[in-house]
Write a protein that binds this ligand. Structure first.
Ligand code: F6P
Length: 301
């Protein structure tokens, strides 16, 4: 088999480990592997990289966050899907592996009408609905916890309050999971819907006991002016300084943790083994603690 691999959408820690483990597993079974640079854009621009023997030292990339083959949020799909398929056919590719999130799955599904595709959910947001786990989520949670520990230490010292904004797009998984570990005064996620007074009451109660406070806030809930209103209202009511601290892109570039490194290995081996048993397209998903194959035709949109 000739297998092509691409990473697409926002990068996620563990993507490199998935690529390397796929190459190793595929090569053991005597498959040829091609890498595609910069996601679907690279596929459309014929940006294929052939793997020549011994050129790639796997350990240069295995543990690294990001994607060494690049990624893109392509705006050229669905219009140019037939070009993508033609390019794969011209390179003699029988199987395309797409590693990415929600948007990437939509692209994968279109290509799967013509060529077998394996989709590996990878997104710090953990927002791919048909799997319990997306590669990178655990590493990102660790990054959020580590950064918050540092922020809390200085805010506790100065007896002030901080609003810490966490990524996740429109999904609350990152903020919910890290909140269980960090125990903020207030958790604001996409479901809580608190009034301003309720947030202040919770913060006051927390402040009376702990003499500082922190809010964990999911992104895309408040506009920047609403965040500023919240910050100013906290200062007025708690009589201390209040600051806003968005954790930003270091969350996406988080150090890859043990969970994601071992998940990448399990996912890649399952993907390559299952590819020899079916010609149908499938995703490698985690259900009830186990990685399993899920055929595209079983996935409800
Ligand atoms: O999907 C990953 C993610 O980091 C989200 O958490 C965030 O909302 C978004 O990407 C940011 O995207 P961009 O790279 O376009 O700023």
């Amino acid at each position: 088999m000739k297998i092509a691999i691409l990473t697409s959408g926002g990068d996620s820690p563990g993507m490199n480990a998935a690529i390397i483990n796929l190459i190793v597993a595929a090569s053991k079974k005597k498959n040829e592997v091609l890498l595609i640079r910069d996601g679907f854009n690279g596929l459309l621009d014929n940006n294929f990289i052939a793997l020549e023997n011994n050129v790639l030292d796997y350990y240069d990339y295995l543990y690294c966050s990001g994607s060494f083959i690049g990624s893109s949020r392509s705006k050229r799909f669905p219009n140019e899907v037939s070009k993508a398929v033609d390019n794969l056919v011209n390179y003699g590719v029988n199987l395309l592996v797409v590693i990415g999130g929600n948007g990437s799955y939509l692209g994968a599904k279109l290509i799967a009408q013509k060529i077998q595709v394996i989709f590996i959910p990878a997104s710090i947001d953990n927002d791919v609905t048909f799997t319990d786990y997306c590669l990178g989520f655990s590493s990102c949670c660790n990054e959020i916890v580590q950064q918050t520990q540092k922020i809390v230490s200085t805010f506790k010292t100065h007896q002030n309050v901080v609003i810490i904004e966490v990524m996740g797009r429109y999904c609350s998984d990152l903020v919910n999971c890290t909140s269980q570990a960090l125990l903020p005064a207030v958790l604001i996620n996409h479901e809580t819907n608190y009034k301003l007074e309720e947030i202040i009451t919770k913060l006051k109660e927390f402040y009376q006991i702990h003499h500082f406070g922190f809010v964990l806030l999911a992104e895309n809930i408040y506009s920047s002016s609403e965040i500023e209103t919240l910050r100013a209202t906290i200062e007025q009511n708690l009589h201390c300084a209040a600051r806003f601290n968005g954790l930003g892109y270091s969350q996406r570039g988080a150090t890859v943790d043990c969970n994601d490194l071992s998940a990448a290995n399990a996912i890649a081996n399952l993907a390559i083994n299952e590819a020899t048993t079916t010609k149908d397209s499938f995703a490698v998903v985690k259900i009830n603690g186990n990685f399993v194959k899920k055929l595209f035709q079983e996935i409800k949109d």
